[in-house]
Design a protein around this ligand. Structure first.
Ligand code: SAH
Length: 239
C-alpha cells in the first residue's frame, strides 16, 4: 500500500500537505475511498481517503501500528563534500540503512567548496532525497540533513558525540572491535571525499576524540566507504 507523509494527525483523521495532496490526487490519481498508509513520525496509520482535494487531502484513520522500520540507533554520517552524485547516493543509502542524520562537511581536499547559494541548493536536494528515501524504505522518522558544515564545526560536533568512527584510508586499526561498547550511544561516522584527508586533518579528527578505523586493504570510493561503514554500523547496532 502506498505511503505518504501526514502533515497533521488528529484523533481519527489525518491531513496532508499541499505537496503530498497534489501527489496523491494528481500524480498517483487516488480518489475518495482509496486506502493508503500515512506516516506521522512514529506510527503507520492505515487510512481511507474521505476528501481527495489536491490542495489538502483528508483521510480517516482505520488503524495505527508502530513503525518497525525506524532507526533504533542514533547514527550520524558525516561525509566530506564529494561530487554531488556521490554525496546524494550516499545520503539516499544512509537513509535506507537507518542513519538519523547525514551531514556533509568541508575538508582541504574537497574538489568543489560550495558557495552560500550552492550550499542552500545542495541542502534542498539532500532534504528531497532523504524524504523520498524515507517513504520508499518504510521508515517514518525523517533523516536529518544539513548544508555543508566547516571542518572546525565537524571537530566540535565530534567532541559532543559518544563514539566517533573515522574511516581513514591510512588507518591500520580494525573496525571489528570498534562497536564493542557502542550500544545505546550517540554514534558518528566520518568519511572523506575523493581526495581523502590531509595527515594534519586526520590528526585533528583523532585529537577531537574520534577513533580511526580501516575499512580493509583496498581503497574504496568515498560513496562506497560511506555506504559500507553505514551498513556495518547498522548491522553491529541491530539498527
Ligand atoms: N585519495 C585517497 C583515498 C580517498 S577514498 C587515497 O588514494 O588514499 C575516500 C574516503 O573513503 C577516505 O577518505 C576514507 O574516509 C574512506 N576510505 C576509503 N577506503 C578506505 C579504507 N580502506 N579504510 C578506511 N577508509 C577508507
Amino acid at each position: 500500500m502506498k505511503r505518504f507523509f501526514a502533515e497533521q494527525t488528529e484523533e481519527n483523521f489525518v491531513l496532508f500537505s499541499k505537496e503530498e495532496s497534489n501527489h496523491i490526487v494528481r500524480v498517483i490519481r487516488m480518489r475518495e475511498g482509496d486506502e493508503l498508509i500515512a506516516a506521522d513520525g512514529k506510527f503507520d496509520l492505515h487510512c481511507r481517503i474521505t476528501e481527495a482535494d489536491p490542495m489538502c487531502v483528508r483521510a480517516e484513520i482505520l488503524s495505527r501500528t508502530e513503525n518497525r522500520a525506524n532507526p533504533k540507533a542514533d547514527i550520524t554520517l558525516y561525509m566530506a563534500c564529494s561530487k554531488s552524485d556521490k554525496l546524494e547516493l550516499a545520503a539516499q543509502k544512509a537513509c535506507e540503512l537507518g542513519a538519523s542524520a547525514f551531514v556533509p562537511f568541508i575538508s582541504k581536499r574537497c574538489v568543489k567548496v560550495p558557495d552560500a547559494k550552492s550550499a542552500e541548493k545542495l541542502a534542498g536536494r539532500l532534504d528531497r532525497i532523504a524524504f523520498e528515501a524515507l517513504k520508499q524504505c518504510g521508515r517514518n522518522i525523517p533523516m536529518h540533513t544539513e548544508k555543508p558544515i566547516s571542518f572546525r564545526e565537524l571537530l566540535s560536533r565530534i567532541s559532543e558525540t559518544d563514539l566517533v568512527l573515522f574511516a581513514y584510508e591510512a588507518a591500520e586499526e580494525s573496525l571489528r572491535e570498534a562497536f564493542t561498547e557502542a550500544k545505546g550511544k550517540k554514534i558518528a561516522l566520518i568519511v572523506g571525499c575523493e581526495g581523502g584527508f590531509e595527515e594534519k586533518e586526520a590528526e585533528e579528527i583523532v585529537a577531537a576524540g574520534a577513533k580511526q578505523v580501516s575499512l580493509g586493504s583496498r581503497i574504496l570510493r568515498a560513496e562506497t566507504a560511506a555506504i559500507a561503514l553505514m551498513a556495518v554500523a547498522s548491522y553491529e547496532l541491530g539498527n
